[in-house]
Design a protein around this ligand. Structure first.
Ligand SMILES: [Zn+2]
Ligand SMILES: [Zn+2]
Length: 396
């Protein structure tokens, strides 16, 4: 049996357990930083494989370390990351492993990610003697609130790590395909709040007031010119105002108007520039109209930017797994969604890729974060194989 066939058959053997565990996690979803049961299962399984396990990293995170049998001094260490948290959504799927907790649901596929990475830990542990380096299995909490990765990095989860890989199952991407792209993949995400302070008064006597609603309208429109006039057509970015709040009655000019929005970009430079320009434009327009604008920027998420060399390692592993025709490397691999894998990728060069899990015949056709979200579980062995193969190639 060739090495390729041997790995496939080893993974095939693990499929029933991988699916059963994913369904168990699906039935017991836990929200950000509450992943106590989940991380308990993860730690228990990693210990059973003989790994060195660190728990309580960033509250509920787990890191398992596998020391390769051929890892000499200066050997490299590869981290593989999975996220574990669920979402505050009430599941509407009629499946026999439906969430048992009202108002909580694995609606992004993180149950699958956790189960896949445990299978990879199993596969690589069995090949420990072949590995000329080490593997750190990083299970992070709280991806959905962009809260788990950054503290894990701060608490040393990537200490001694040279490179990192990880994946997201995608219900919008067909089963059997793998998307691996060098450079930007997931966008940055920033929330901003613009509070315009005008001067209240009678709606019939605007000359005695400063109308923050009219100013809010100007700012809303002008912000779009940051994309259409100040952004290259080759650098995608999004600014959306999702909430406007002002006023109490039709005949009163209010004191204050508040805008809330989000901004997405694909490089740190672009992100910083747009955030600066949102502030300048809002305050400039408000100032020109005799008002003031208070700008609040919240701790957002950086973009996920893949390293060319690590992308190549994953691309080759993906081609060996599903065939070159089923591997995408273009724009279809990009999303305007964000993922806090970005913090790991900022710390060490790596590759975050996507694995198709869409199959309308099995009902796996709803978007992520939808109450009927689901993945085709046949994507799990594909994902496990790409990760395992990439790790084996990297640690040759
Ligand atoms: Zn999500
Ligand atoms: Zn997700």
């Amino acid at each position: 049996m060739s090495e390729i066939d041997r790995l496939k058959s080893d993974i095939d053997e693990l499929v029933p357990d991988m699916v059963a565990l994913r369904r168990d996690l699906h039935e017991h979803p836990e929200l950000a930083f509450e992943e106590v049961r989940t991380s308990g299962i993860v730690a228990g399984r990693l210990r059973a494989l003989g790994l060195d396990v660190r728990t309580g990293v960033a509250k509920t995170g787990v890191v398992g370390t596998l020391i390769g049998g051929k890892a000499g001094a200066g050997a490299k260490t590869l981290a593989i990351r999975a996220d574990m948290d669920a979402l505050p959504i009430h599941e509407q799927n009629e499946i026999d492993y439906r969430s048992t907790i009202d108002g909580k649901m694995h609606a992004c596929g993180h149950d699958g990610h956790t189960s896949i990475l445990l299978a990879v830990a199993d596969i690589l542990s069995k090949r420990r003697e072949e590995l000329a380096g080490n593997v750190k299995f990083v299970f992070q909490p709280a991806e959905e609130v962009i809260g788990g990765a950054e503290p894990m990095v701060k608490e040393g989860a990537l200490e001694g790590v040279d490179n990192i890989i990880g994946l997201h199952l995608f219900s919008s991407y067909p089963l059997g395909r793998v998307g691996v792209r060098s450079g930007p993949t997931f966008a940055s995400a920033d929330k901003f709040v613009l509070k315009i302070h005008g001067k209240g008064g009678h709606a019939a006597m605007p000359e005695a007031a400063i109308d923050p609603i009219v100013i809010a309208a100007y700012i809303t429109t002008a912000l779009q010119t940051l994309i259409s006039r100040e952004t290259s057509p080759f650098s995608p970015a999004v600014i959306t105002i999702g909430k406007i709040e002002a006023g109490t009655a039709f005949n009163i000019i209010p004191e204050v108007a508040e805008l809330q929005g989000t901004m997405r970009a694909y490089s740190n430079e672009h992100r910083e520039k747009l955030l600066r320009r949102i502030t300048e434009l809002a305050q400039g327009i408000a100032g020109a109209m005799n008002a003031t604008c208070e700008v609040k920027l919240f701790d957002g998420c950086p973009p996920c930017v893949n390293d060319p060399a690590m992308t190549e390692v994953v691309r080759q592993a993906a081609e060996a797994t599903v065939g070159a025709d089923a591997v995408d490397t273009g724009e279809e691999v990009m999303t305007a969604g964000s993922d806090d894998m970005a913090y790991f990728l900022q710390k060490v060069p790596g590759c975050y890729f996507i694995v198709g899990a869409r199959n309308p015949e099995k009902g796996a056709k709803y978007p992520h974060h939808h109450p009927r979200f689901n993945v085709d579980e046949d994507a799990m062995p594909i994902a496990a194989e790409v990760l395992a193969r990439a790790a084996l190639d990297y640690l040759k």
